[in-house]
Design a protein around this ligand. Structure first.
Ligand code: SF4
Ligand code: SF4
Length: 388
């Protein structure tokens, strides 16, 4: 697409049913997500307008369900984020490519030949099966990643599978699945990796990262690295817990809980903590950015947050509808991702216990949920050592 014409993007958006006003509003939401003021909206709009070929982007698929591709594609009625993403980049996306066979491989290879592209990687890195998984055109998934990663300016690992193996690496992890950054570390490849967990990834986050690294130049200046937490996640997305921004938080504070689905408490929209909500230990801005054109998100739709924005969320979080009151605190000092997730969950559980005691002591639970009853229910429902 030629981008010399400043109105080109508006024509393109109009053809897809997106007005200039919708687009500018969307640029405003990206600015907010990136922690920038509204003054940056014209800059972001102009950057998107001229930016489509600043750096090519290529989307490769590892071992996963392709749910992240689905989240992005929304083929029947794509939202502004999806359309902008399509305009912005994606010279090649493995699972949606119109080209097939040799042509598709050649399109990917053409991108790999010019260093400096953005590699978007969905799915886990599958080291099992003697490295033979995900073979396309005679090239294994491991070979493809090792070939694509060194020349990339940055890698965006989308979805929890790409971040740490996700559900693919759930015990007993027969595929020996792991995350992109962990695998590249093993191989001594030091391309910067931005991690965007959750299952699936939120398309708005992918666009925000592309705008940040691709168009606002934070990759060149190295500023993007300062915006990442110790797990490589952008702090502006993963800096607060679900619980911090949850609209049911008032019910939590007042001790109004759902203990069983199908009850009056559920109909009243009470807090879902006793039925397994991992919102207190899960760091993402899902309640703010929401999903599906900002229509709703998990807790608003009536489901406890199952913690998919955390590391090792399947093994730590399952069974998903159980409360994690008894999570043991692992040894402090071990920095393996599964241990970190366990520590976070354990600290959150400990914090909530203290919080509950405090609420009871100050009488703030009067008229709300009785914690003794809650404990008894948990005893019946939970397997010993939640998370096992
Ligand atoms: S425990 Fe879950 S449902 Fe309850 S307030 Fe926190 S995030 Fe919301
Ligand atoms: S609310 Fe929780 S379960 Fe839902 S997408 Fe966000 S992190 Fe995942």
């Amino acid at each position: 697409m030629a981008h010399e014409d400043h109105d080109a993007i508006y024509d393109l958006l109009a053809a897809r049913g997106v007005s200039r006003r919708d687009f500018l509003a969307y640029c405003g939401s990206i600015a907010a997500l990136l922690g920038l003021s509204e003054a940056y909206v014209p800059q972001i709009a102009a950057a998107v307008n001229r930016g489509a070929r600043l750096k090519p982007a290529i989307w490769l698929n590892g071992g996963a369900c392709t749910g992240c591709t689905e989240a992005i594609a929304q083929a029947d009625s794509p939202d502004v984020a999806t359309i902008v993403l399509e305009i912005l980049s994606l010279d090649f996306i493995e699972t949606l490519s119109m080209a097939q066979g040799e042509d598709a491989l050649a399109a990917a290879e053409a991108v790999f030949e010019e260093p400096g592209y953005i590699l978007i990687y969905e799915g886990s890195v599958m080291k099992g099966f003697d490295g033979n998984a995900l073979r396309i055109g005679g090239i294994t998934g491991l070979e493809e990643l090792e070939h694509a990663a060194p020349n990339a300016a940055a890698i965006v690992a989308v979805g929890s599978c790409a971040v740490d193996g996700g559900f693919v690496m759930a015990r007993p992890n027969p595929a020996d699945a792991t995350g992109v950054s962990m695998y590249l570390q093993e191989k001594g490849i030091d391309t910067p990796v931005v991690n965007l967990p959750t299952c699936p990834v939120n398309p708005e986050w992918v666009v925000a990262i592309l705008v940040d690294v691709l168009l606002l130049g934070t990759l060149e200046t190295g500023a993007i690295l300062d915006k990442l937490d110790r797990h490589g996640r952008p702090k502006y997305i993963f800096g607060q817990t679900i619980h911090d921004n949850c609209p049911r938080r008032g019910h939590f504070e007042n001790g109004n809980f759902v203990y069983e689905f199908g009850t009056e408490q559920e109909a009243l929209g009470y807090c879902l903590y006793p039925v397994g909500c991992k919102g207190p230990q899960t760091y993402t801005n899902c309640p703010i950015v929401r999903w599906n054109r900002r229509a709703s998100w998990c807790v608003e739709a009536g489901s406890p947050c199952i913690g998919c924005g955390s590391l090792d969320w399947v093994d730590v979080g399952a069974p998903f509808l159980n409360r994690h009151r008894d999570l043991p605190l692992p040894e402090v000092g071990n920095t393996q991702p599964n241990t970190i997730a366990g520590v976070v969950a354990g600290i959150a559980a400990a914090g909530l216990a203290v919080h509950a005691v405090g609420m009871k002591a100050t009488g703030r639970t009067s008229g709300g949920a009785p914690y003794e009853e809650m404990k008894e229910r948990d005893k019946k429902r939970m397997k010993k050592g939640g998370g096992e």
